[in-house]
Every structure is written in structure tokens, then in C-alpha cells.
Design a protein. Structure first.
Length: 258
């Protein structure tokens, strides 16, 4: 089975929209509905967040959604149960994003096998160091056909970016600034020197920009410097508002795509 992430980047050259949401938020059983509605509204890639009680890189919006999801009863086994038949309904690339601790508790090998079984394409674990991944887990991820996606920041030196690029096979997640997610005060895409530097490195993996992308303007700007952009906190805010789920999702995606 060809990896859906690779297929997406081969077929669509520019303007890719990836959306992140926390599984189990706003309600425990919203996961599948949110995925299908996002696809219906033209999103290209979906990152499903696995809630964790101590999310270091996340701003207040995602932290709060994690807390609510955990209170709702969301766990990794529950998430896999919800995603069990997802591939009967959609072929959109799906990435699981979260922290290492819950994955270790579940068992890394078991996690990768289960992810493959339900049709997950990639995994993002921001607190898993590259050296540990290469030494202990790379083989397990590759055996299960999972792209392991790493984050780079404006502070990441060139040799490190190249090393990350050599060990990944999905995309390089370019963090727009050295802040937490959802921080829209600084210009999310003002870091043009850094984006330029990465884009001229000739990496084998495409780049996607995330953190601080929250509207049409920031999305369009990010797309000028990478293959596309990732939106999380702004979408979670939209999900938290009053109204019908379908309506909230279509209005939000339309506001980004304009």
C-alpha cells in the first residue's frame, strides 16, 4: 500500500492545508465526524491529537482541549477503537500527534502495529529525540509503514535539519517560531529568512509550516514558503464555539481557503 502522505505530495504541489484537532474534543465521539467533515470541506491532511495531561509545546487552547478530552474519557485504546473502520470511509492521509509518554505506556511496537492496522500514515511525537528514534524505534515505525515526522525550528542548525530529513519519509514540520502553539501575537510567518534557508537546502522531504497559522492571510503567506501549512489552535477554538459541528467546520475551512 502506497503511503498516502507521499501520494498527496506527489499529486498536489502547493497550498496544502493540514488541520490538527484533539481527539475526544469537544465530545468523546466526535473524532470520526470531524475527520469526515474536514475531508468533505477540502482539507488535504489531518493530524489527530492524542490528548496528554502535560503537553509542553502546546498553548492554552490545545491544553484546554486536551484536558476536556481526557475528562471525556479519551485514551489511545479508545482512539484506535474509534478509528477502526475509518478506511472504509476515507483515504485522506491521517497522522497521529502527541507525546511519547502515553505511547510508551501503551507500548511503542503495539502502538505502531495498531496504527498500521487502522490505516494511520504518520506519527508526530515532538518530545521523542531523533537519536532515540533512530537507535530504538525507527525499524518498528518503518516495518509498519509509518512516516515519522520531526519538527524543526528557526534555531535548528543546518546539519541537524539534514539529519532529520535523512531519517524521515513524510514531510518536515517547520515550526514558524520558537513559541508554543496558538501564539498569534508574533508574526507567525515573518520568519522568511529561516523558511528561505530551509527551502534552498534541497531536502528530500517537502516542508509544511505550523504554529501561529490562524487565518487566510497567515495560511497564504506560509504557502509562499513551503508546500502548505498546519492549523491547530484556531480550528480548536472554532470547534469550541456554539453551533452545529458540520457548520462550524465548513465555515472555518472556507475562512482559511477564502
Amino acid at each position: 500500500m502506497e503511503n498516502r502522505i507521499k501520494k498527496l505530495f506527489a499529486e498536489k504541489q502547493q497550498g496544502l492545508l493540514s488541520v490538527y484537532f484533539t481527539a475526544g474534543y469537544p465530545n468523546l465521539n466526535d473524532t470520526v465526524s470531524i475527520i469526515l467533515e474536514l475531508e468533505k470541506n477540502g482539507v488535504d491532511l489531518i493530524e489527530v491529537g492524542m490528548p496528554f495531561s502535560d503537553p509542553l509545546a502546546d498553548g492554552p487552547t490545545i491544553q484546554q482541549s486536551s484536558e476536556i478530552a481526557l475528562k471525556n474519557g479519551m485514551t489511545i485504546p479508545k482512539l484506535f477503537e474509534q478509528l477502526q473502520d475509518i478506511r472504509q470511509h476515507t483515504q485522506i492521509p491521517l497522522v497521529l500527534m502527541g507525546y511519547l509518554n502515553p505511547v510508551m505506556q501503551y507500548g511503542v511496537e503495539r502502538f505502531c502495529q495498531k496504527a498500521k492496522e487502522v490505516g494511520i500514515d504518520g506519527v508526530i511525537l515532538p518530545d521523542l529525540p531523533l537519536s532515540d528514534y533512530v537507535r530504538e524505534y525507527k525499524e518498528i515505525f518503518e516495518e509498519n509503514g509509518l512516516s515519522k515526522i520531526f519538527l524543526v525550528t528557526p534555531q535548528t542548525p543546518e546539519h541537524r535539519i539534514r539529519e532529520i530529513d535523512s531519517h524521515t519519509n513524510g514531510f518536515v514540520y517547520m515550526v514558524s517560531s520558537a513559541s508554543t502553539t496558538g501564539n498569534t501575537t508574533g508574526k507567525a510567518v515573518a520568519n522568511t529568512d529561516y523558511f528561505q534557508r530551509v527551502s534552498t537546502m534541497g531536502l528530500r522531504n517537502p516542508g509544511m509550516i505550523g504554529f501561529g497559522i490562524h487565518n487566510f492571510e497567515t495560511f497564504s503567506s506560509a504557502c509562499n514558503h513551503a508546500r502548505g501549512a498546519i492549523i491547530g489552535s484556531a480550528f480548536i477554538k472554532a470547534l469550541g464555539q456554539e453551533g452545529e459541528l458540520k457548520q462550524k467546520i465548513s465555515s472555518f475551512v472556507q475562512s482559511i481557503r477564502n
